[in-house]
Write a new protein. Structure first.
Length: 122
């Protein structure tokens, strides 16, 4: 129990450390990433208005048919391409990347690279 509390405090500290520097607005919304063992979620957030512009995840019905398992790098690539496509449709070209408490490694990095290749500028 004690170690879990310490781990949660460290995760919260890392999240706030990143979020303090990364704020989204109407011109450059924040691309927030959340991952679990089985799924990956991301959304573009306008922090000034407090609204989500677009979102994509491995549990979306449109993407779930393409993904066999949501907790791997291949699924992260599909979600990254989808969020880039949806952002372009919403008129967003430039974003700020919020990795949260996760390292820029593996699934998080693959999602970011796929979004970049899809035309989003970080």
């Amino acid at each position: 129990m004690r170690q879990q509390k310490t781990t949660n405090k460290q995760r919260w500290r890392r999240t706030n450390h990143v979020r303090k520097k990364v704020r989204g607005d109407a011109e450059r919304p924040r691309l927030s990433v959340r991952r679990s063992n089985k799924h990956l979620y991301c959304q573009l957030i306008d922090d000034e208005a407090g609204k989500t512009i677009v979102s994509a995840s491995t549990v979306d019905k449109a993407l779930a048919s393409k993904i066999s398992y949501g907790g791997n790098v291949a699924a992260a690539r599909i979600v990254g391409e989808a969020i880039a496509e949806r952002a372009k449709a919403a008129g967003v070209n430039q974003i700020r990347f919020d990795r949260g408490s996760y390292r820029f490694h593996g699934r998080v990095a693959e999602l970011a690279n796929a979004a970049r290749e899809g035309g989003l500028e970080f």
